[in-house]
Design a protein around this ligand. Structure first.
Ligand code: MF3
Ligand code: CO
Ligand code: CO
Length: 269
């Protein structure tokens, strides 16, 4: 619960101050650096549990705190979602196979600020259909980020993402969304990855939130497995996701979770 209402919009969205951008940039940079560092470890035969163990160690070595360990009972420093897993995949003993695609999602807390980012990786050779899905999902996130500027609405962001994904005959997951963050992990608003232009709250300088579209090759419906976390596509089609944490500036936005090594997209680096 937000206790100080001094900087809340009428939609209950907190507006942060100019000084607060530096805190978010530091947290975002650590999360992004960890995602850069994990890339060389994503190989066939590797387990997702070992990847999470490395991430846990690096968060610790940086003197930061994992936002996900202990969050609603979750016990890992990352979510690792392989192939038809949409999000919230739990790291474990299963070995990656050649051609598997996976999203790794890391949220760290640095000096009280939350940095939340995820991106796609491939173990071994990238199958053609998966390559298309990853490209479209990455570009859909970037379309959403282009729409993230003062005066636009959250509906404009969702619409840009939906239009792009559906024009490539892929579908947007409706069951999960982006979120406000800052000194908390999840805050208003829900950032939908679909929508109509001009609807929803108006974007204002100082809003901090994530955009994290999940795009499927098949239908958009998901279900959560018996572990109460793992969300999968109902039709077992491949799913991909990219996530950035951003802050609205006077004329656009600052991406807090840019890859220090320029390897956000798996085939760029
Ligand atoms: N990082 C995820 C997000 O983008 C949330 C993961 S919560 C967990 O919002 F408990 F599943 F780790
Ligand atoms: Co998030
Ligand atoms: Co995340």
């Amino acid at each position: 619960m937000e206790t100080n209402t001094a900087h809340l919009t009428k939609d209950g969205i907190r507006l942060y101050q100019a000084d607060d951008f530096a805190g978010m940039a530091k947290a975002g940079a650590l999360a992004a650096q960890i995602l850069d560092n994990i890339a060389e470890h994503v190989v066939p035969g590797q387990t997702t549990g070992e990847l999470d163990r490395l991430i846990t160690q690096w968060v610790d070595e940086a003197g930061a705190v994992s936002a996900t360990i202990g969050y609603k009972g979750y016990q890992h420093a990352s979510c690792i979602s392989v192939n038809h897993v949409v999000c919230h995949g739990i790291p474990g003993d299963k070995k990656l196979k050649d051609g598997d695609i996976l999203n790794i999602d890391v949220t760290v807390i640095v000096d009280g600020w939350f940095g939340d980012t995820s991106r796609m990786y491939v173990a071994g050779n990238l199958p053609r259909k998966a390559e298309r899905l990853i490209q479209v999902t990455h570009d859909a996130l970037m379309k959403g980020i282009e729409a993230a500027k003062p005066g636009n609405t959250f509906g404009d962001i969702g619409h840009a993402i939906q239009l792009y994904a559906e024009s490539h005959r892929m579908s947007v997951v409706r069951d999960f969304c982006g979120h406000g963050l800052g000194r908390v992990f999840h805050a208003p608003p829900n950032v939908l990855h679909y929508g109509r232009p001009g609807t929803g709250a108006v974007l204002e300088e100082g809003m901090f939130f994530t955009i994290e579209p999940m795009i499927n090759l098949g239908r958009p419906e998901t279900k959560v497995l018996g572990d109460d976390w793992t969300a999968v596509t109902r039709d077992k089609s491949l799913s991909a996701q990219f996530e950035h944490s951003i802050g609205i500036t006077a004329d656009g936005c600052e991406i807090f979770t840019l890859s220090p090594g320029g390897t956000f997209h798996p085939t760029y680096g």
